[in-house]
Design a protein around this ligand. Structure first.
Ligand SMILES: NC(=O)c1ccc[n+]([C@@H]2O[C@H](COP(=O)([O-])OP(=O)(O)OC[C@H]3O[C@@H](n4cnc5c(N)ncnc54)[C@H](O)[C@@H]3O)[C@@H](O)[C@H]2O)c1
Length: 330
């Protein structure tokens, strides 16, 4: 199904990936209903950065409310469900809220989509569900390991979404992005943490364990992956990685950022940024064979090119001022 002119709901549109997906779909002439989590400041998160567009409708609310979910899925062709609590450190201190938002929120969206006969649903999973790789590259058959409450809640949410395909034929796809980075990402994540501290002029930057490896994806590649999954009917009922199939350690990522930014900054290990040992995911490297086989997806950004775009964005003072570089963001 081509997405042009379709009525699309994006949950989590106020967030990092959701705001980029909103922009990408508006460029494709889609009509986008963008959900921003309700707050009393009337703040729309990163949707504040998107210029007015007659095809964009911003609504505030909460996926934990089933009646609200039913209302916002009316007359919608496609749902991209990205709303979630995603910080691993915060999932150590408030795991209950992860059940409510990630599992119950997904149930509410699936139930509402079913009742309103939505034609396609893309539910967002995460590579964190795999835990530390038992083999590489990680394909979709890799076992799931709940190494954090966040991961556990996403495993539960994915299972709930798949159950709606099995029990009710709901046309759902489980999109499983590997680590995504780019403009607007929270400074909780490693790449924005490094860049924002360097741009803020720190001589020493505070980081966690730099030995783990990741499969980093530039946000525009991840969003292209979401679109490709929605456009293909062959992806229905399947769990599918969105990955670059390229592995790099956190230390090598730091060195690459330093090289691009011409920085000689030193790093110090900040104990509060270390995950408990059994909870640390030491290796993630995603196999993207399935998405390439079923769709026209192909990552376009090398890590160098993606980092350059990200650094350029963070270097603008109006962007950097949105970040608190002196505190540990969770
Ligand atoms: N960033 C990554 O590296 C990555 C990797 C794999 C998967 N994901 C998944 O992608 C999705 C988007 O992640 P992101 O990085 O953009 O995170 P993000 O935190 O920037 O975006 C998530 C958004 O969900 C919204 N939200 C949270 N609770 C809500 C609720 N109860 N009701 C309505 N909205 C609510 C928040 O306002 C937030 O803006 C998530 O499902 C995440 O698990 C992210």
């Amino acid at each position: 199904m081509k997405l042009e002119n379709k009525e699309i709901l994006i949950t989590g549109a106020d967030g990092f990936i959701g705001s980029h997906l909103t922009e990408m779909l508006l460029e494709k002439n889609c009509k986008v209903r963008a959900l921003s989590q309700y707050n009393s400041f009337n703040n729309w998160g990163w949707l504040e950065n998107i210029s007015e567009n007659r095809n964009l409708e911003i609504i505030s609310g909460d996926v934990r409310d089933p009646h609200f979910c039913k209302k916002i899925t009316k007359n919608i062709d496609i749902v991209f469900h990205l709303a979630a609590l995603i910080a691993i450190p915060y999932s150590y201190v408030a795991p209950d809220s992860y059940i409510d938002t990630n599992i119950k929120g997904t149930l509410n969206i699936c139930q509402a989509a079913k009742e309103n006969n939505v034609a396609r649903i893309i539910h967002t999973s995460t590579s964190e569900v795999y835990g530390t790789a038992k083999y590489v590259p990680i394909d979709e058959k890799h076992p799931k390991q709940a190494q954090s409450p966040y991961s556990a809640s996403k495993i539960g949410a994915d299972a709930m979404a798949l159950s709606f395909y099995n029990a009710f034929d709901l046309p759902i796809t489980i999109a499983r992005p590997f680590n995504t980075y780019g403009p607007r990402q929270s400074a909780r994540a490693i790449i924005p943490t490094i860049i924002s501290q360097i741009v803020a002029g720190k001589k020493q930057i505070k980081l966690g364990d730099l030995s783990p490896t990741r499969d980093f994806n530039f946000v525009k590649d991840t969003c292209n992956g979401f679109v490709a999954l929605a456009e293909s009917n062959q992806t229905i009922g399947k769990e599918i990685n969105i990955a670059s199939n390229f592995e790099i350690s956190m230390k090598d990522t730091l060195d690459l950022v330093k090289k691009i930014m011409k920085s000689d900054v030193e790093f110090i290990t900040d104990k509060q940024r270390l995950r408990p040992e059994k909870s640390e995911v030491f290796r993630l490297w995603g196999d993207n064979t399935l998405i390439k086989k079923l769709t026209n997806f192909k990552p376009k950004y090398s890590i160098e090119k993606g980092l350059e775009e990200t650094i350029k964005w963070f270097t603008k003072p109006m962007n950097l001022k949105k970040y608190k570089t002196n505190i540990y963001n969770v």
